[in-house]
Design a protein around this ligand. Sequence first.
Ligand code: NAD
Ligand code: ZN
Length: 248
Amino acid sequence: MDELIEKAARIILESKLTIALTGAGISVESGIPDFRSKGGLWDRFDPEEYATIYAFTKTPEKVWLMLKEMEETVDNAKPNEAHIGLSELERLGLLQTVITQNIDNLHQEAGSRDVIEYHGNSRSLTCLRCNRKYDYKEKKGEYPPKCECGKILKPDVIFFGEAIPVKAMARSSQLASTCQALLIIGTSAVVSPFNILPRQAKQAGSKIIEINLEKTVLTGHITDIFLQGKASEQVSHVVSAVKELRDL
Ligand code: NAD
Ligand code: ZN
């Protein structure tokens, strides 16, 4: 067994409260590009230009060109071994909650039950004029989808410049400040206020295990164990090691 993987597995086995923070990188192997992938969605739709609430309120029909493509990409995506591994850890009683920045529903599809969607989700739409809500299925195929009142609807994903849902933020903060182990997977950890959570955990004395293809702003500062590589492979290694050590 690899030494770092073994250390990570032991931390998880010894911890009384473990949580996972995930970002776009965990879904890249499912076919959803992150903000850095070359030639992907975000090369054509600059998030600075398309993913702000200012852009949405000003030119919603333009932003829906990006949302339509994002929706098609997400519809075709299936959970990968990293999502599945986290749901297995939850079933084993070794992971309390996944806090994700993603809006792709893949953690839930993989079987994770306790998922906090920090940046909202794309399963429902809201009218910014009359507050009416719609299930995304009701509006599927309609671009841009419109409210009964005529206004273009906004998916319930959090755009840059919008507030984080109050409940998601409060519960995440509470978990981060009480956990003993924190897995942070596939996030550049630059989007605020999500990036406060790993620091909060560290301050509270939690061990930090980071999985990423590349070093991030956390690596070498607050990360205790850095597992470099693809999320699917590293999570699978950790889950296998946990099971092996637990059964000894
Ligand atoms: P980011 O694009 O800033 O960073 C992604 C990170 O994942 C990078 O550090 C990259 O090195 C790493 N990565 C890429 N492929 C990986 C792999 N196979 N295994 C392990 N690591 C890998 O993403 P972010 O930090 O999540 O911030 C972007 C914001 O945009 C977030 O709100 C995010 O949820 C949202 N977003 C969501 C989706 C989605 O729902 N799937 C997709 C794109 C962006
Ligand atoms: Zn309306």
